[in-house]
Design a protein around this ligand. Structure first.
Ligand SMILES: [Zn+2]
Length: 383
């Protein structure tokens, strides 16, 4: 598609403007102030809510209930090897119907679509029943400690009552609009230390090899069926993502310690405490000497069918001709911070094919369809 045919799309134009700001976590690179200026023109009140080095924006239009919020992140992952990009990652480029650039799909395209959808909605509905908010952070791709988690906590403690939340993460699988995310599995990490006794490989009776000691429990952890998932969630999975052991470059030393990283992505069928107990039960069963430090980075969440899902599905039906599959697959998202407050959260965005890769791209046509679906969702909820 030649560039001249696409310049009229306000969503494309805004996405390009955002991509040209190299906002690698936690640097927002001015994205949120540009967005705030644009929202102020529509009558939004905007509040900057920085925490540590993270930039966050809360913007609100109207004061009535229900309050529909769009949530998302302006930060992007690093570009990676620049030589592998066909065009520079922070110079938005349209080729063959796709917009290329870091963040085009995850998730500056969605943020632009949300903003243009709200502009069009307010143009067509000078009065409507409810209010609209934006919760944006520059800390989704990084530690996620000073972004959405802190902002939502503050909003709720300030008495803000949020009725519905739409997140722009790239939820589509094979074709645009085929999948919405109605929940995510939880994420639990165990940082394990297996202790042995260092010694000479020729004298194993005078040493305890933690690599050998860990092999049987690791096999059992890999073979364990944690649960079978349920109607909405795939089964809990276990992966050992890192193992470190050995003494420097010496290959004739039995090491005294092994460190491993254990990752569980879990369904609500297996609560985190239950998984911790089961993992440690296996470690104890094999009588290894160990220490483990657990990090629970996200509880599973699920949004049951209701007004929000119906409004989104109806908008998809109007724009795309069919409803989407409601899925809980994939990694975690900032929805994990919002859903625990009892707020229905659904993710809807472009096709998840190139995110975090070189030559990240989004279909130009996807941007306009997404804009239209967001706008119709607002109509379904607020008019
Ligand atoms: Zn994202």
């Amino acid at each position: 598609m030649p560039e001249s045919n696409t310049v009229l799309s306000p969503t494309l134009t805004l996405t390009k403007e955002l991509i040209s700001r190299p906002s690698v976590t936690p640097d927002d690179a001015g994205c949120q102030s540009a967005i705030a200026e644009r929202l102020k023109l529509l009558g939004f009140s905007t509040t900057n809510l920085p925490f540590a080095e993270v930039t966050n924006l809360w913007a609100k239009h109207g004061s009535a209930q229900p309050l529909v919020i769009f949530a998302g992140h302006t930060d992007v992952v690093p570009a990676g090897n620049l030589d592998e990009w066909d065009s520079p990652p922070f110079e938005p480029t349209v080729r063959d119907g796709f917009l290329y650039g870091r963040g085009s799909c995850d998730m500056k395209g969605s943020i632009a679509a949300m903003i243009v959808a709200v502009e069009q909605f307010l143009q067509n509905h000078s009065s409507y029943k409810g209010s609209i908010g934006f919760l944006l952070t520059s800390d989704e791709e990084g530690p996620s400690k000073n972004g959405t988690v802190k902002v939502i906590e503050k909003l709720v403690s300030d008495g803000e009552k949020i009725d519905y939340c739409i997140i722009g993460e790239p939820s589509s699988d094979v074709t645009f609009g085929d999948t919405i995310k109605v929940g995510r599995r939880g994420s639990l990490t165990g940082f394990l230390k297996v202790k042995g006794v260092q010694g000479h490989v020729a004298y194993p009776h005078k040493a305890v090899n933690p690599i050998h000691r860990f092999s049987a429990p690791l096999t059992e952890l890999c073979e364990t069926v944690w649960d079978n998932g349920d109607e909405f969630f795939p089964p809990t999975t276990f992966q050992c993502s890192q193992i470190h052991s050995g003494v420097g470059d010496a290959n004739n030393v039995i090491p005294g310690i092994l460190e491993a990283c254990l990752k569980l992505r879990f369904s609500p069928k297996s609560p985190a405490d239950n998984l911790k107990e089961r993992v440690e039960g296996i470690l104890r069963k094999h009588s290894i000497d160990y220490e483990i430090v657990w990090d629970l980075s996200g509880q599973p969440f699920f949004t049951a069918e209701g007004k929000l899902s119906k409004a989104i599905q109806a908008a998809l039906k109007t724009t795309m001709g069919q409803e989407a599959i409601a899925s809980t697959s994939g990694g975690t998202s900032d929805g994990r911070f919002i859903a625990p407050y009892g707020i229905p959260v659904i993710e809807l965005g472009p096709i998840n094919a190139t995110i975090h890769k070189v030559n990240e791209r989004v279909g130009v046509a996807e941007l306009d369809k997404l804009t239209s679906i967001y706008e119709k969702t607002l109509e379904n909820l607020l008019t």
